[in-house]
Design a protein around this ligand. Structure first.
Ligand SMILES: *[C@@H]1O[C@H](CO)[C@@H](O)[C@H](O)[C@H]1NC(C)=O
Ligand SMILES: *[C@@H]1O[C@H](CO)[C@@H](O)[C@H](O)[C@H]1NC(C)=O
Ligand SMILES: *[C@@H]1O[C@H](CO)[C@@H](O)[C@H](O)[C@H]1NC(C)=O
Ligand SMILES: *[C@@H]1O[C@H](CO)[C@@H](O)[C@H](O)[C@H]1NC(C)=O
Ligand SMILES: *[C@@H]1O[C@H](CO)[C@@H](O)[C@H](O)[C@H]1NC(C)=O
Length: 446
């Protein structure tokens, strides 16, 4: 009986086992096929579209990141081409071999111009022939023609800004340097800033009164007949500078697409004349900043960094905060100020801090300056900073106190609404004075 049972089960085994295995295989195949079919690629949600475009517009460019295996360099955009050439040039493995890289005729001509002009940046290089350049809009053309120039001489300098010992205080390294992008004609904005949130000197914090030394400089280019019809304000500017000594002016046309130059040249200046600055605020002259609250925030960051430094030997502080914009696409609407044609730049923008103002650490400013030498100029300054940060392997941190898009209309006049605000865009000189006065006595009940 036992013997028969044994042979029975052996028969069963020999019969059933292959069946079961084939069954499993079939199930496995079916499941794999099902999973493959039902898979959809992850959708990238676009949280934000670069300013100037309405979110509902159907005129948006198609999603710019094509499949990588189709992206032939020859078809790529001008900026991407030029950046690619630099990347190869600076690649330690390929270093030294720049021949045979640029195949796009547009880019090729540009690189020839670059060679011609590098030695002589300042003289208006007469550009003989640029194929395809005519297809770019006017301000883009002006940008492309001068995008290899990064050095412009200072017309008005403040070499003593950070050496100056203010009255009895023996402090010379500012906690915060405020670098404010302005234009020659904006006298009223500058004066309102000096009288309110941009006052140079020792400034108290709001909570613990610690505060710190603040130095304010205004970053200007040239605003004269070359940037359109402008009255001659040169003498007035000189007078202003004699009185306040806080103007930095460089010899380039002060246009929207040249704003990136102000960042680069300011870093240069900072390194030379104010390299001990701990933090930098960079902003526009039409924002309102609660400087006291900002100093409280920065003091806290600095203390935390000190603790951190005691544990690790990390001396660099990588702080970069603002109103961060992720997944932004270039603006493809030709009628707007921010328009970037697809033939100039392809791809998404890296995360960047938009509009109004940002705060970063002094040591990061110098790292940004260094890395910017390997990033082609980009006409939109905020995006350019994002690109440089990206190259450093960093991304900007979002701080809810930076309000690029302002408070709700109904709250703008209420002091309490400003309680958690560090920066708000945009305010006229009159509004700056009004808000400043009201905020001096922030009601206790807020
Ligand atoms: C965009 O669409 C939303 C809803 O679809 C609508 O409420 C809003 O008014 C639209 N904005 C513009 C600028 O058309
Ligand atoms: C440089 O690159 C070109 C084209 O890619 C190649 O023909 C040439 O041999 C390279 N030269 C050196 C020195 O590697
Ligand atoms: C700056 O400080 C030094 C000593 O700390 C002093 O000798 C000098 O007079 C000061 N200069 C000004 C302009 O206050
Ligand atoms: C930027 O400034 C330079 C020097 O003044 C000028 O040649 C160039 O056209 C300007 N770029 C733009 C876009 O205005
Ligand atoms: C920090 O650096 C000092 C001197 O360079 C060294 O003696 C110390 O061990 C370092 N500490 C750490 C935590 O790496």
């Amino acid at each position: 009986m036992g013997k028969c049972c044994k042979c029975n089960s052996r028969l069963l085994c020999m019969c059933l086992l292959p069946c079961m295995m084939t069954g499993h295989l079939l199930v496995y195949i079916m499941v794999s096929i099902f999973v493959t079919i039902s898979y959809t690629p992850p959708k990238i949600t676009i949280h934000y579209i670069a300013p100037g475009i309405s979110a509902n517009s159907t005129a948006l460019a198609s999603y710019p990141l094509g499949p990588f295996w189709n992206l032939r360099l020859e078809d790529s955009a001008l900026w991407n081409q030029l950046q690619h050439a630099w990347d190869r040039q600076h690649n330690p493995i390929l270093r030294g071999n720049t021949t045979g890289i640029i195949r796009n005729p547009k880019a090729k001509v540009l690189s020839e111009i670059e060679d011609e002009c590098l030695s002589d940046c300042m003289s208006q290089c007469s550009v003989p022939r640029i194929h395809g350049l005519d297809s770019f809009p006017k301000q883009m053309r002006a940008f492309i023609r001068s995008m290899h120039c990064r050095e412009y001489p200072l017309l008005i300098n403040q070499p003593g800004m950070c050496r100056r010992n203010s009255s009895s205080y023996d402090l010379d390294s500012p906690l915060l340097v405020m670098a404010i992008k302005s234009q020659v004609g904006n006298f009223e904005n500058r004066q309102a800033i000096r009288e309110t949130w941009g006052r140079s000197g020792l400034v108290n914090g709001e909570l613990n009164k610690k505060g710190g030394l603040v130095r304010t400089v205004f970053l200007l280019g040239r605003q004269d007949s070359s940037t359109g019809p402008h009255p001659d304000l040169k003498n007035l500017l000189e007078l202003e500078n004699q009185k306040y000594g806080d103007i930095l002016q460089w010899d380039f046309r002060d246009t929207f697409f040249n704003l990136t130059l102000k960042d680069l040249l300011f870093w240069h200046w900072l390194q030379q004349y104010c390299h001990t600055a701990i933090f930098v605020f960079k902003g526009d002259d039409d924002v309102f900043v609660r400087t006291g609250a900002l100093l409280d925030y920065l003091n806290k960051q600095w203390e935390e960094h000190d603790l951190w430094r005691a544990y690790t030997n990390e001396t660099d502080m990588n702080l970069f905060v603002g109103d961060v914009i992720n997944n932004a696409m270039p603006n493809r609407e030709p009628s707007t100020k921010y328009y970037i044609p697809g033939s100039f730049y392809k791809g998404m923008y890296p995360p960047y801090a938009g509009g109004g103002g940002v705060v970063y650490s002094g040591s990061l400013a110098f790292r940004l300056k260094k890395v910017s030498e390997r990033v082609r100029l980009f006409p939109i300054d905020d995006v350019y900073l994002g690109m440089c940060l990206h190259r450093l392997g960093l991304s900007p941190s979002h701080h809810p106190g930076f309000l690029t898009f302002d408070l709700p209309e109904a709250d703008r006049g209420k002091p309490c609404a400003y309680k958690s605000v560090l920066l708000v865009h945009r305010r006229s000189p009159n509004e700056m004075l009004t808000i400043w006065k009201r905020l001096q006595k922030m009601p206790g009940h807020c």
